[in-house]
Design a protein around this ligand. Structure first.
Ligand SMILES: CC(C)(COP(=O)(O)OP(=O)(O)OC[C@H]1O[C@@H](n2cnc3c(N)ncnc32)[C@H](O)[C@@H]1OP(=O)(O)O)[C@@H](O)C(=O)NCCC(=O)NCCS
Length: 297
């Protein structure tokens, strides 16, 4: 009796289907991050896969070939804006057109509902997005380090947010961000270790969260009436953590960036803010200091 050998051909990369990812894919997504030399960031993937729509390509040999997450803002059936993040292709499949195919798919899906797109591009990802018609509209500087307080009393009062504040936060956030982010903001009390508000005469004039990411606390979102309010919120978050802080500040907020650098945070790098289908982001950039995460806008 002779052995029979069954030969199963491996489909080419271009034939592998793109599927929706769910929170069950969290570990595979974190493995993919690690494969590219990024931190695993499981906590962040958890938020994004729950609040956003993940897209991915399965590797027939196990794991993911590629992944990305699209977080939609505004109404569900006609979003005002979608933010793309966590665009990753496994090292062993790089430079074979996978990233472009996945992004084309996402751009085509958003085109069906005429939804504008935005993303923060690393220098590595930028040529890919430019090729798909994304334009650079701004820049954010990532800063990281242990915050050293200066002891000076702030004129702005801050306190921990309570459940009763959520409706007001959602309203303020929509005004400043320019689209409704209820599904992300209402997840912040569980996702973040701290959620604080700044108040004046009983009115909320800003808010900020600090959420755990690897060994740091990421400050974001950071929404504030002015730079003094943003500073007070960061100082109050820093007072309640011993971890280094990390945040991604719109470079137009020069005063806040200088203040952070004077207090121990150092520049890690820059991400280009890009848009597709709109010339600029909606909302009020003067009160929008930092995103929840660059992966979700
Ligand atoms: C960026 C990334 C997603 C591209 O995926 P990919 O499947 O390798 O890219 P593609 O083969 O589809 O190439 C698309 C275009 O991207 C650009 N590109 C891809 N890899 C590049 C590299 N190493 N250096 C410079 N440009 C590159 C090129 O313009 C390329 O077009 P070309 O092949 O015609 O020159 C992938 O390299 C990756 O996961 N990088 C690490 C994570 C990252 O930086 N993600 C972007 C976050 S914004």
């Amino acid at each position: 009796m002779s052995d029979s050998l069954t030969c199963v051909s491996t489909p080419s990369l271009a034939d592998l289907p793109i599927r929706r990812l769910t929170p069950r894919d969290l570990i595979a997504c974190a493995d993919l991050s690690q494969d590219r030399g990024w931190p695993r960031e499981e906590h962040k993937w958890g938020l994004l896969l729950a609040a956003g729509k993940g897209y991915g390509i399965d590797d027939p040999h196990g794991g993911l070939v590629s992944a990305c997450v699209v977080t939609q803002y505004g109404t569900e059936y006609r979003p005002d804006l979608s933010a793309i993040g966590m665009v990753l292709v496994a090292e062993r499949h790089a430079r074979q057109g996978v990233g472009r195919r996945l992004m084309r798919h996402v751009v085509a899906e958003s085109g069906a509902t005429a939804t504008p797109l935005t993303l923060y591009a690393t220098p590595h990802g930028r040529p890919l997005y430019e090729g798909l018609g994304f334009k650079v509209t701004g820049s954010a500087e990532m800063v990281r380090g242990r915050f050293t307080p200066d002891g000076a009393a702030s004129g702005v009062a801050t306190r921990a947010a309570t459940g009763e504040d959520l409706a007001a936060l959602v309203r303020l956030d929509a005004e400043v961000f320019g689209a409704d982010r209820t599904h992300v903001i209402t997840r912040l009390p569980a996702f973040a270790d701290q959620l604080r508000v700044a108040e004046e005469n009983g009115r909320i004039i800003g808010y900020a969260a600090a959420w755990p990411n690897m060994d740091t606390h990421v400050v974001g979102p950071l929404i504030a009436r002015d730079t003094e309010t943003a500073k007070a919120l960061i100082a109050s978050l820093a007072a309640h953590t011993s971890r280094p802080l990390r945040t991604d500040v719109d470079v137009r907020h020069e005063e806040l960036l200088s203040w952070l650098k004077e207090r121990g945070l150092a520049s890690v790098g820059f991400n280009a803010v890009m848009t597709h289908g709109i010339p600029d982001l909606p909302g009020d950039w003067t009160r929008r200091f930092a995103p929840v995460t660059v992966a979700a806008g």
